[in-house]
Design a protein around this ligand. Sequence first.
Ligand code: SER
Length: 605
Amino acid sequence: MNIKSNEIRQKFIEYFKEKDHAQIPSAPVVPENDPTVLFTTAGMHPLVPYLLGEKHPLWLRLVNYQKCVRTGDIEEVWDDSHLTFFEMLGNWSLWDFFKKESIKYSYELLTEKMWIDPKKLAVTVFAWDEDAPRDEESAIIWQEVGMPKDRISYMGKKDNWWGPAGQTWPCGPDTEIFYWVWSSEFPPAGSNVETDEDNWMEIWNNVFMEYIKNEDGSFKLASMQNVDTGMGLERVTAILNGKTTVYDTDIFTDIIEIIEKTLWVTYDEQTKRSIRIIADHTRTSVMMISDWVLPSNVDQGYVLRRLMRRAIREGYKLGHKGQFLAPIAEKIILKFEDIYESVKNNKAKIVEEIDREERQFLDTLEKWLKEFEKLLGGFQIAFERTGKKVETISWDKAFRLYDTYGFPLEMTVELAIEKGLSVDTEGFKKAFEDHQAKSRAWAEQKFKWWLADNSEMTTALHSATHLLLAGLRKVLWEHVHQAWSNITSERLRFDFTHPEKVTPEELQQVEAYVNEAIQAGCSVQLDNVAKKDAEQDPTIEASFWEKYPDIVKVYTFKDSAWNIFSRELCWGPHVESTSTMWKFKIKKEEASSRGVRRIKAVLIK
Ligand code: SER
């Protein structure tokens, strides 16, 4: 079978639209107003407020394809299935239908629209534990739709429970659908996921969110029952085409061809690892930049930088000394531009940024190589003095190369091998783990769960960002848009597009603008507006139009004389009146990445 990924994406959306679902656009890969995570990792992520009970402006049944980034297992990227960017097909019921329809829909879509032979499907459902009973209901529904009893396995929380992603959140049992991986044969009678784990591959996950995890770790039944499903497009494409790896599907084959041509190499067992890393990492870089992530040394920008550097190094390893990423990025853009507006709208910028970062990094790489030469020079001097040959690069030297110059260990090892040396990798790993533990503690500290902290202060600071953006656009002009925002209960941090430092005078004017709005006791009015009308309205500010559904929420801040201080598209929450806000104070203005400035500000009594 030759089934194109585009066709699968489309079939999925069409099917659920027929079942009365409203399609919502993909949110950007960088979540807005959620400091707990760097990237959107699942389709449900941008929907959290609605899964918690807020009314969705569009409808109770939703469907979309969502750009997702997961960089947790970046080291495994070159294997058959791990990717740092993937698309998740998902559908949701917000307190509308529950298990019965969800399972029926999934089964019907797979077996009647997606060419899957029902004999090659198996499922798992939640077994039971002290927190929640066995999900017999799902098992019965599965049998009703036609799943043989012996293809249903009951598994524990580790396998059949989803979430919460944070400490507290909606969560619940899930039922997972598996496909028999040996496409040419049928599974033997009685084979199921429990007995025959390696031969079944998960393709779809239907989460029945009916619990809330409390802070003390206990679970309680939620007041609403939602459905959240997720299917990885890349994986399902591989499976439907009988491929064992996503790299052999239409999602990657033409990207791999371009890499072969550009680098003058052939994709084979020897080059496979490097080529896959280049393909995956460049794809993720394109998608990140399309959502305004730029290479930097912090947060998302740092992840992007790491991905690009890894890709460039692999090219170097394949014997290519110059730049090579631009044609690959262009190919990826071509594949995505009709699917994501963010890609279509930022084509030139994506290539420009990739090209620039690559050029700079190649210089770094040269410097690294020089550093390495120096190290070898030191060994030679030691040898001449003592007559003892250095055979191993000690962990502290390797760690210094890593910590000071950003040398990854694998690079040190490779260079060492070429010179007949070895590296104390054990010692390095220990030092690295200590270092990691410290960063993890730091990250945990940093990423406090924002919903747990949906405090009045966070809400007030969020309203303040709207006034801040309006002030910036008034004082600096209208090229200013939001690039990213991060709000905690202590402060706001706001990134916006502007090419140069904002002067102290300008900052003062912006601050005064915000405080004027606060003193005026503006009311904050929420209107639901058709997106196509809102888009035409120049008084409405929005940074990512494509993120929004057909009906959008517009928040207007206006005083009693109807002077409008800010009109912006947003998903809330906001204060009802600015009179409850304190005095606005800008604490800092600095560069965030090229073309993007960052303001930190607070509200004080
Ligand atoms: N949230 C679930 C997942 O990530 C289903 O969408 O798999």
